[in-house]
Ligand binder design. Structure first.
Ligand SMILES: O=c1ccn([C@@H]2O[C@H](COP(=O)(O)O)[C@@H](O)[C@H]2O)c(=O)[nH]1
Length: 276
């Protein structure tokens, strides 16, 4: 029986360091690595990141969009990257940001959270904007397979504010409501729940209760302007549960495997120093 995702993530963060590296094969990065903007380039890029980092970092986060843009052959590369990264020891967080009515959500849950699926991942990102309850099939599937789910709460982009800071009839912001639901999903989990929130490291300040007993995925470090030093001030007592996420600022160091590893190690050191 696989240990729950939260348990595996806590262990990976403690041993390998608190870092998630995104696999985001932007066209500009493919060009900078001397690769074509085609399936062969995509495959070489993904393989190199997995070779460099799957044995080193706690979490790899393929950004599904960059694979989907190549159609079925891109998805085949994504399947291979997920399988190779997991067998080399990294936890894989599929950044798919899916969200739909419950009956369709069940199909997304099958795609990413059912162990028999070719895209089965340790965790997946979901969007709660069709109502948190519509995500129930994902939580149920994750519990059954020992996987995790990360729901968008306070995203790193400035446009997120108008939706996420809107208040419902109960007076709570949309973001706070998502966080409360996640806290309920994680009730009694030890040492860490499997159900996380996405909370951007770029926010400047956070007016929300982040005590969800689960991981806080913090994108926005590097290319979007945040730094590891921002984490303690922004997340306060929840900083220990923060999983900083960096894509372009590490990927730009490739295709050298050594440079990718050094870049990731530097972010881990900076984060550990900042969090203390
Ligand atoms: O609020 C969010 C949620 C997800 N992301 C994703 O993270 C990476 C960030 O890439 P960088 O190159 O480090 O900026 C990307 O895949 C986004 O889709 C996010 O940035 N913000």
């Amino acid at each position: 029986m696989t240990a729950p995702f939260g348990t595996r993530l806590r262990q990976a963060m403690d041993t390998r360091g608190p870092l998630c590296v995104g696999i985001d094969p932007h066209a500009a990065l493919l060009a900078a690595w001397g690769l074509g903007d085609d399936v062969a380039g995509l495959e070489r890029f993904a393989r190199t990141v997995v070779e460099a980092l799957a044995g080193e970092v706690a979490v790899l986060k393929p950004q599904s969009a960059f694979f989907e843009r190549f159609g079925s052959r891109g998805i085949a590369v994504l399947e291979q990257a997920v399988a190779e990264a997991r067998s080399a020891g990294a936890l894989v967080l599929m950044d798919a940001k899916r969200g739909d009515i419950g009956s369709t959500m069940a199909a997304y849950a099958d795609a990413f959270l059912a162990p028999t699926s070719p895209l089965f991942s340790d965790a997946v990102t979901v969007s709660p904007y069709l109502g948190f309850g519509s995500l129930r099939p994902a939580f149920d599937a994750a519990r059954a397979s020992g996987a995790g789910v990360f729901a968008l709460a306070l995203t790193s982009n400035p446009e997120g504010h108008e939706v996420q800071h809107a208040r419902g009839a109960d007076g709570l912001t949309v973001a706070q409501s998502v966080l409360r639901h996640l806290a309920a999903e994680n009730a009694d989990a030890d040492p860490l729940g499997s159900f996380g929130a996405v909370v951007g490291a770029t926010l400047g300040s956070i007016d929300a209760d982040l005590d969800i007993n689960g991981p806080l995925l913090a994108p926005g470090i590097g290319a979007q302007g945040a730094t590891p030093a921002d984490i303690p001030k922004l997340f306060g007592p929840a900083a220990d549960n923060v999983l900083p996420s960096v894509s372009r600022d590490i990927l730009k160091l490739g295709p050298s495997v050594g440079a990718l590893r050094e870049g990731a190690a530097r972010f881990v050191d900076e984060t550990r120093t900042a969090i203390g």
